[in-house]
Design a protein around this ligand. Structure first.
Ligand code: MRU
Length: 353
């Protein structure tokens, strides 16, 4: 299963809002439709959003018609601005758009075929690099999992959320293949139920013993000593290690610290934002109140009730045991470890920086 792909000049993706009831693939050649798909979470998960955005710029480059009079550069910039307004928190989106912009700028005065080839190569590069990053994260992260582990995860960080086998979830599946995972608890992840709908679907498909729980059940499981480690992904990691991830992650990290349980964040280096000093500088998306007042279109709250619906929260770095990246396992102090990464000093396999 490929979450997002470039197929004969179109973008093809699995509509994650329809899962697990239906496995529907959508094809589009319109970057505006693709942007809408990102906004609506048909395509979701920081790395997958980054890949989709890169392909979106390709679609804009190929587009002719309504704005045929606009110059190629203006059309591309308009698409980049549009795609950049879809979701504010996952830094992978902005990193991909910037990569596409740079690829264009390098060649913009040359032949259109040459530019097109370079843009496509860049977009496919974003996709390929993410798939490779997932493999390395799985390998490094699995070294942290002792035999017979029961793990807890939040949201969805699997193949659906990336261009490869996932981040935190790939650690789980890799460790499971090594025979080290006895059970996985998946938080349902209110309000949009990525855990209930997507994580259970993926893990069951891989033959892993997964138990679905409501988000508020995590604490009692930890108290009963039933959780050996918590694994989550990230949408943006600040230069000091503070991590934005799906709402509810912070509460899990506090619970894990209270119970002395390791709390692992897993993400590709493309999710690290060296330009953002700390978590308080990360923009946190707020979603439509209907996502809280309604479940599957059915109202579950009185009409007109006030709602607060942040899509993400920030986990302070001091609550994170290690950050597993494709460049190795980062350990505190994160500010130094992340600065080292930025300077191009990569951790050795399974080692720490
Ligand atoms: O709102 P979503 O579903 O896009 O949020 C996704 C998450 O928070 C994931 O944990 C994160 O993007 C990492 S996915 C490998």
């Amino acid at each position: 299963m490929t979450s997002v792909a470039w197929v004969k000049g179109k973008v093809r993706y699995i509509d994650q809002t329809r899962l697990p009831a239906e496995e529907v693939y959508v094809e589009t050649s319109d970057y505006r439709r693709l942007g809408e798909a990102i906004r609506r979470l048909e395509i979701r998960g920081a790395p997958a959003i980054g890949v989709a955005a890169a392909f979106g710029v390709m679609l804009a480059f190929d587009e002719e018609g309504a704005d045929a009079t606009a110059t190629r550069e203006q059309r591309l910039e308009a698409a980049i601005a549009f795609l950049g307004r879809t979701r504010p928190t996952a830094v992978n989106l902005f990193r991909s758009l910037e990569r596409m912009r740079s690829a264009f700028q390098r060649l913009k005065l040359t032949d259109p075929d040459l530019i097109r080839r370079a843009l496509l190569e860049e977009a496919l590069g974003v996709q390929r690099e993410d798939a490779e990053a997932c493999d390395r994260i799985g390998e490094y992260g699995a070294t942290l999992i002792p035999p017979n582990s029961t793990l807890l995860t939040h949201c969805n960080t699997g193949a659906l959320a990336t261009a490869g086998e996932g981040t935190a979830q790939n650690i789980i599946t890799t460790a499971a293949r090594q025979g080290k995972v006895s059970r996985v608890y998946a938080d349902e992840t209110r309000p949009l139920l990525q855990g209930a709908r997507l994580t259970t679907w993926e893990l069951m498909g891989r033959g892993i013993d997964v138990v679905l729980i409501t988000d508020s059940t995590a604490g009692v499981l930890m108290k009963q000593r039933k959780i050996d480690a918590v694994l989550v992904g990230a949408d943006r990691i600040a230069a000091n290690g503070d991590t934005a991830n799906k709402i509810g992650t912070y509460a899990l990290a506090v619970l894990a610290a209270h119970h002395g349980i390791p709390f692992y964040v897993a993400a590709p280096c493309s999710t690290i934002d060296h330009g953002t000093a700390s978590g308080s500088d990360i923009p946190v998306e707020e979603r439509d109140p209907r996502e809280v007042t309604h479940i599957a279109g059915v109202p579950v709250a009185p009409p007109g009730v006030h709602v607060y619906a942040p899509a993400f929260d920030i986990t302070p770095h001091n609550l994170i045991t290690t950050i597993v990246t494709d460049a190795g396992i980062l350990r505190p102090p994160y500010e130094a470890a992340i600065a080292k990464l930025n300077a191009g000093v990569h951790a050795t396999r399974g080692g720490s920086t």
